[in-house]
Design a protein around this ligand. Structure first.
Ligand code: NAD
Length: 503
């Protein structure tokens, strides 16, 4: 046969089968070769005996990354159903130890409420999607078959917040492992003990299901410096940051694919058509949950004046406490730190006041805040106050059980002020209304990742609501409600009709 001859006449179906058999027989040993000790892909080879440390906690970022890389490479030789077994094992292990986990995180961070930690951990372990989120799409036709698979990124670096440390870890680990990745966490320093315990628990669960060791790792002493080491590490394929604006900004500079889940300041609009009893109950439920430390929690209310008294009456009947002007000023002195804007001072006699939140009061009980200003009252779920729209409790993401209410002339004004308060975080907002036009108008104007109608914003992450749970809501970078598929790449595989038929 010479070049240019038509091949089609010389290749039978049996020939094609033989070729496929030969290729397959060569592939198997390749999979066999993927064993931990033989992998030498790192720029600086180390002599670490990885078998000595299977709990996932490492002294340095380099060790944490190298171990996670090793685990990822081994994971690539597992089937999707093996990954699912690991996920089921993680769920079981977490749910079996849920009270201990909640206690550890509550005692370490001293934020929120123990019983709400249980609810959040349960949500993360039960409603984070597993491998069912990984789907392959196929196109077939005259020219063959094309499939698009969700392939792993590799080793992911993930930074977690102090407000949901264990919950974010569980949620991220389930999603990232389902996507075929391993993960190195840099947790908030104030949650390092409970996070280390959780990392160990997850690794134990993975090992029990027959998976590789150190699929999830973390650095023992996390700092901002270790975040920088992680995000600039050559073996990290993707960074995921759940936290405030400083974190997201810093990760976006890493030059790597970054998923940024940043701050929120979720406003609630209550219009004149709403069911006031329902609105009051649901707003209190959401805003007092875990003492308001969730990024999705209701942070300020814009209520149409016509129904404001009715809403307040119903809130007071359902566990809220209204601060009068004098009490409000005292609470502000306790919970906010006032800075003088020196620039403004130089050109005016009444310096413009600027505030930031007093860290010690984030996530504390409403009754504890009241007690600090001399009011002894138990069973208060939420403090409420009437303020103007530029009050610091409206403009700051304060994460305390203090909910400011702003009276508005009509729904249009309420929407306008709510959009301003949300601050283009593109995070979360809600409305209580029976008027679909108002709901649509607000949803379009605010354009948040989560928009909830007539329910606590918690419903937006699947808590007493439809849909899956996430603890990483990526507003700034647009992935939204993250899940396993968020942590995958699209890989296209093409099979031509008849192998390589030439006509
Ligand atoms: P934080 O930003 O102070 O810390 C988050 C993490 O980032 C920590 O691990 C911290 O060590 C690290 N970090 C902070 N600043 C950094 C910087 N400049 N460079 C590198 N790393 C940095 O936030 P927090 O107090 O732990 O958590 C509360 C914040 O997180 C709130 O703003 C809340 O809205 C946000 N949050 C967002 C989501 C979401 O899904 N969008 C979820 C939970 C919390």
């Amino acid at each position: 046969m010479k070049a240019g001859d038509i091949v089609q006449d010389f290749i039978t179906e049996r020939d094609v089968e033989k070729i496929i058999e030969q290729v397959l027989s060569k592939l198997e040993p390749v999979i066999e070769q993927v064993k931990p000790k033989e992998i030498n892909m790192l720029p600086n080879k180390t002599n670490i005996d990885f078998s000595q440390n299977a709990n996932g906690i490492f002294e340095s970022i380099d060790l944490a990354v190298e171990s996670a890389l090793e685990a990822h490479i081994i994971l690539t030789s597992y089937r999707l159903e093996d990954r699912e077994k690991m996920i089921q094992s993680i769920r079981k292990e977490v749910l079996g130890d849920i009270e201990n986990l909640a206690r550890l995180v509550y005692e370490e961070t001293k934020l929120g409420k123990y019983e709400d930690k249980i609810a959040k951990i349960n949500l993360a372990a039960s409603k984070t999607p597993g491998t069912e989120d990984i789907k392959t799409s196929a196109i077939s036709g005259d020219y063959g078959l094309t499939i698009e698979e969700m392939a792993p990124f590799g080793v992911i670096g993930a930074v977690t917040p102090v407000t949901n440390p264990v919950e974010t870890l569980i949620n991220n680990a389930i999603s990232m492992i389902s996507g075929g990745n391993s993960v190195v966490f840099n947790v908030h320093p104030s949650s390092k003990k409970s996070s280390a315990y959780t990392v160990e628990l997850i690794n134990k669960a993975v090992l029990k299901a027959g998976g590789p060791q150190n699929l999830v790792t973390m650095v023992k002493e996390p700092t901002i410096e270790t975040v920088n080491q992680l995000s600039s590490h050559p073996r990290i394929s993707m960074m995921v940051g759940t936290g405030g604006p400083g974190l997201v900004k810093s990760l976006l500079k890493s030059g790597k694919k970054t998923i940024g889940a940043g701050a929120g300041n979720p406003p609630v609009v209550v219009d004149e058509t709403a069911d006031m009893n329902l609105a009051a109950k649901r707003i209190i439920e959401g805003a007092s949950f875990d003492n308001n430390i969730l990024c999705i929690a209701e942070k300020e209310v814009f209520v149409v004046n016509q129904v404001a008294d009715d809403l307040i009456y119903n809130m007071l009947s359902n566990g809220a406490y209204m601060l009068n002007q004098e009490e409000l000023e005292k609470v502000m002195k306790v919970t906010l730190v006032e800075d003088e804007d020196l620039g403004a001072k130089s050109c005016t006699l009444s310096p413009k006041k600027k505030y930031h939140v007093h860290k010690n009061w984030v996530g504390k009980d409403a009754s504890k805040i009241l007690s600090e200003i001399g009011i002894a009252k138990q069973d208060v779920k939420l403090l409420i106050c009437e303020v103007d729209s530029d009050h610091p409790y409206v403009t700051l993401e304060q994460m305390m059980p203090i909910l400011p209410l702003v009276r508005c002339s009509d729904v249009d004004e309420a929407i306008k002020l709510a959009v301003k308060a949300e601050g283009a975080n593109k995070h979360t907002a809600s409305i209580f209304s029976r008027n679909v036009d108002n709901m649509t108008k607000f949803a379009r104007a605010i354009n948040t990742t989560i928009f909830v109608k007539n329910a606590p914003t918690l419903a937006g992450v699947g808590y007493k609501g439809e849909g899956n749970a996430t603890f990483t809501i990526a507003g700034p970078t647009g992935e939204g409600i993250t899940s396993a598929k968020t942590f995958t790449r699209v890989r296209r595989c093409v099979l031509a009709e008849g192998g390589f038929r030439i006509v």
